[in-house]
Design a protein around this ligand. Sequence first.
Ligand code: NAD
Length: 498
Amino acid sequence: MREIGHFVGGKSVKGTSGRWGEVFDPNTGEVQARVAMAKHAEVEHAVAVAEAAQPAWASTNPQRRARVLFRFLELVQNEHDSLAALLSSEHGKIHADARGDIQRGLEVVEFACGIPHLLKGEFSDSAGPGIDLYSLRQPLGVVAGITPFNFPAMIPMWKFAPAIACGNAFILKPSERAPSVPLRLAELMGEAGLPPGILNVVNGDKEAVDTLLTDPRVRAIGFVGSSAIAEYIYSTGCANGKRVQCFGGAKNHMIVMPDADMDQAVDALVGAGYGSAGERCMAISVAVPVGEKTADRLLEKLVPRVEALKIGPSSDKQADYGPMVTKSHLDKVRDYVDLGVREGAKLVVDGRGFRLQGYENGFFLGGCLFDAVEPHMRIYKEEIFGPVLSVVRARDYEEALRLPSEHEYGNGVAIFTRDGDAARDFVNRVNVGMVGVNFAIPVPLAYHTFGGWKRSGFGDLNQHGPDAVRFYTKTKTVTSRWPSGTKAGTEFVIPTMR
Ligand code: NAD
């Protein structure tokens, strides 16, 4: 059995804990490798290696740090296809989608290549007699990222690229379900010229995470995953004096107004609801048509599209989506579909019986569509994270606006309409972090920031964009008086620079 270890100090290292996790091929259901679960001492060692390497990296000038990232971009682009195939083989997403996963990560690397500009700081000339005031952004030291299974390339890059560009050393704890791409990315950073110890990958579970959370040498933690773990990491990290940002689960609504272009809305809904088997934090999982007539028109077009979804192995270029990541996740999603039926929602497309010839043991689920879902139902309240879309019929616009606004999650939301007034009102009033207007998956580009509200995000700063630089640096503000000959005299009151 292939064994997957760690990457520490610029090289691959074997796991020594004797504890392993299973890495599946979701297409066949077979275990394709086992991944080492790092023990406390192994994580502590990685932190020590990072801490020793970091000062020299921090004093490497930012343009040189950027050059490493420029080379990394090129190396990843050269391997885009093989990396995507590796990613699909553990995650199950189709090849084109895996390429997109890598591409959206590379865009944040491109952003981080601008680090000399991003770190310029602020300067106030002559704030007082001979006095200049300026601020510097300095790295934190050793920082860590804990990432989920569903974007094995993008989210690690969102974390480590800005952190490293800012002069930090980084410990990545990727998902144990899809560990190979993060390891390969770390190797490529080494090939791009990153000094050993600046990017380390430790595979593992709660033991590894808890070590990072309590080790005082780790100054900041960025997490992406489910909300329960996000909350745990946020509170434990903060209690241990760290800077922490955690991004959690989601229940993203798409409001369909009576005047929406229904073909455009249905196209968007099918892609955003079922792409990547619904295993996206920005997937649309709730459609909210406004008014009974809109709902009927939507369902009329939506049902045949869901029935016609093409589900195939991740290598199938014609497939709309592939298998789910693991059997236990497939079972969980299927249980939610059973639950929805028991709760009284109307299952208008039932994908539970889907079987793929030649891949009978793969983790496949056909597209499921519920109508008549109500806000008190668990299938509405909880994140399902699978190819299951719920239709909640709203009587009017105000009710449609209230649904996402009052939901406990607040990651993404979309409105489809031709009415600029309605769209503008929605953008202003909806209580959700990322909003799309006639755009179903409003994941901001790298130079803006990404982050949800309510139980989708814990902490003050978002991911990537300017917030990433703020998160991975601390500000030092300097008040400096030159020439030294300026006579200040002795002052016993607070300086006011009159
Ligand atoms: P998860 O919470 O199970 O795991 C995320 C990370 O936490 C993994 O590295 C995992 O090893 C670690 N972990 C798991 N249990 C832990 C524990 N008890 N203690 C400490 N660490 C633990 O999430 P997942 O299933 O890998 O990913 C799917 C979830 O991530 C969904 O809820 C999805 O909405 C969310 N997600 C959110 C965003 C966002 O930006 N808001 C983006 C992608 C995914």
